[in-house]
Write a protein that binds this ligand. Sequence first.
Ligand SMILES: [Zn+2]
Length: 335
Amino acid sequence: MSEQREYAAEAERLLRKVPEHPDDREELLLAAAAQWILAERPAEALPLYDALLDPTSDPVSDPALVQALKAAALWDTGAEQQARELAVAVRAQAPASLPPWQIIGETFEVHDDLPAAAAWFEDATDHFLTPDEVTYEARRILITRHRVRRLLGESHDDRDHLADYVHSAPVPLDELHDPKRLWSLGSDDPAEVRREIERLRTELADHRAALSRPYPLAVLYWPEAELIALLTRYPVFAADYGSYPEHLRSVEQALHALSATGAPFLGVVTATLPTYEAYARTQTLPPATPSLPAAYATSLAARGHATPWPPPRNTPCWCGAQIPYAEHCGRPGTA
Ligand SMILES: [Zn+2]
């Protein structure tokens, strides 16, 4: 399959960059490992995770994340017992960040150990859910826990009701997590079942690649004065962005749509015309190039300029208005 060859080539390209960019070693090795997973060659990812976890090299920013990715890759190569042992080691650290919890739980899930996945997400809910606030992390975990429990045919408990309550998308969770929709094993046609399994595998690999991306998937936001300046100088973008209120709404809508696909780590990056034009010069492209704003957004996010979305309750809105998100762009009905 040529797609898998492309992933492998990308992994090799990233690895060739490591010697000349030692400061980006962690980012490059994680990205290369994610490409090997997408290429369905998990055995090639294992030495990269080991290199990152090597106690004699520079410590990585989230060791539990690397261990979780390694556990997933181990199980993919058939080393189930080692993967389970590593999951126990990750659990013992009670990781502060969300991705290690998601990766291990979904590893149990994709290898059909649903009871272990359910127990894992129960622990994760205990870990992230606090009585006073449903944080971003708690919401993601509640929604994943809901999916696994629905696959197991469990009836709703209080936490499932809370998941329904915090899930803000047009399709209700119960329908989204319908086991028939998730896993059409009711089919008698083996080709259809194989296709469905293939689809789930690809989704999971994409998801894992996204989790090991060390920066958020970011949507570009132009403040009003910057948007006017952009459209005055490069009218070609007028059709994409429309008026400022339309632009505000479409940023919020794009983030909701990405979130509904399960994309983890979303963010907003704020554009300015001078930095945009400077970026165009570094790319030796005219600023009016249609694909350039997206590349500029990724470059801002990769350099740590993204505001996480959705913003925590009672912090100012991502658009810069000194009003909490929930009362501004996140107001129900806005998106
Ligand atoms: Zn706003």
